[in-house]
Write a protein that binds this ligand. Structure first.
Ligand code: ADP
Ligand code: MG
Length: 365
């Protein structure tokens, strides 16, 4: 198997007017599963296509272990790719589809190929479908065929481009687990591209967040969730999203208060917090996750602020409480905290759970 290195990888389109991938450095360890996540158009597919050899980089390099494969033709690279639209040949049977990759990339005999495909089909639970054509299959079955076809080639690197986007929610959850199981079983290095932050949080050993062609942060899902490096990552990772409030910090260097007069927020930071952060008298964006907010149904006045409840959404395990702070401010409360729309409630959170971002750069401070 192979370690995959992206070395200052860059792709421009239309004579440099579009920078799709902006000098990305990323190393995926041998056998590691890295999820690349970011909004539509941020350069995920282009990055993946450069690793596959389907797109030529403008500059930079791709290495498999120590070998520079930047100039190596796609067919010669030990990679298999799985796409959102399955990319099955409509006129071939499942057997024909799964066999085709082997025909192209190995010198196996027809018997050997059929044996390998049958084995893979059994593993994927699609052995009864081998004589069917793609249009006779459900979305989930098609994706299993595409996965089986990819793994049958015994690639060293497995590339996924939003493979679950066309499936319904239940099937997506099922296939998420299945893909991870397959990847670990075969010990293959995997790069998985998605715009879905939930897939990114649940699937990867590490995740890499991309925005506008630039790599924002790489780390274990929990690390990124707990310590986002900037406002973009903070808002993108985590569901429901982090709440943001524009605030001013007033500090004399040893103590500090966070203030937002519109929201009626005045929050004294501890001396330890001030000592551990380089705060200035300046505007910041305060971030706080919905699950870190406590709703106090009978406010005592000691809470961080008070607000009016706008909408309450019970989701079974918890309640989503929408508050009249900014356009929308969401708190996630335990089932027994169930205020009514119109209620005045206290809103409390701990200093340890807040994130402060430079209002200008968006960087975490
Ligand atoms: P993602 O997969 O994250 O949605 P893409 O990698 O497909 O993003 O695209 C990144 C950017 O590059 C987009 O602005 C897209 O319009 C542009 N782009 C992608 N492929 C081409 C191309 N062949 N020609 C011109 N622009 C392209
Ligand atoms: Mg894409």
């Amino acid at each position: 198997m192979a370690r995959v290195t992206l070395d200052t990888l860059r792709k421009e389109f239309d004579r440099g007017t579009i920078v799709a991938v902006d000098d990305i450095d990323l190393e995926i360890e041998d056998g590691e599963f890295v999820t690349v996540v970011g909004p539509s158009g941020c350069g995920k597919t282009t990055t993946l296509r450069m690793v596959a050899g389907l797109e030529e980089p403008t500059s930079g390099a791709v290495r498999f272990d120590d070998e520079d494969v930047t100039e190596v033709h796609a067919k010669e690279r030990p990679v298999a790719m799985v796409f959102q639209n399955y990319a099955l040949y409509p006129h071939k049977t499942v057997m024909g589809n799964m066999e085709f990759g082997l025909k192209m990339s190995t010198d196996m005999t027809p018997d050997e190929r059929r044996e390998r495909v049958t084995e893979m089909a059994e593993m994927m639970g699609i052995e009864d479908l081998l004589d069917d054509k793609p249009d006779e299959l459900s979305g989930g079955q098609k994706q299993r065929v595409a996965l089986g076809r990819a793994i049958a080639r015994e690639p060293e690197v497995f590339l996924f481009d939003e493979p679950l986007s066309n499936l319904d929610a239940k099937l997506r959850t099922e296939m998420r687990a299945e893909i991870q199981k397959l990847q670990k079983e075969f010990g293959v290095t995997a790069m998985y591209v998605t715009h879905d932050q939930e897939e990114a949080m649940t699937m990867g050993d590490r995740l890499a967040i991309l925005n506008d062609g630039e790599l924002q942060q790489v780390g274990k899902p929990t690390e990124v969730y707990e310590n986002p490096v900037n406002e973009f990552v903070a808002g993108f990772i985590g569901s429901p999203s982090m709440n943001f409030i524009d605030v001013a910090v007033e500090t004399d260097g040893s103590s500090a208060t966070i203030r937002d007069d519109d929201a009626g927020l005045a929050f004294d930071l501890s001396d330890e917090y001030v000592a551990g952060h380089e705060l200035e008298n300046a505007p910041y964006t305060l971030g706080i996750r919905p699950e870190n907010i406590r709703i106090v149904e009978n406010p005592t006045g000691d809470e961080t602020l008070t607000s009016t409840v706008e909408v309450v959404e019970p989701i079974g395990s918890d309640n989503y409480v929408h508050l009249a702070i900014n356009e929308d401010f969401l708190a996630r409360s335990p089932p027994d905290v169930l205020p009514e729309p119109g209620d005045e409630v206290g809103v409390a959170f701990d200093e340890a759970d807040i994130h402060l971002f430079d209002a200008e750069t968006g960087e975490d401070v």
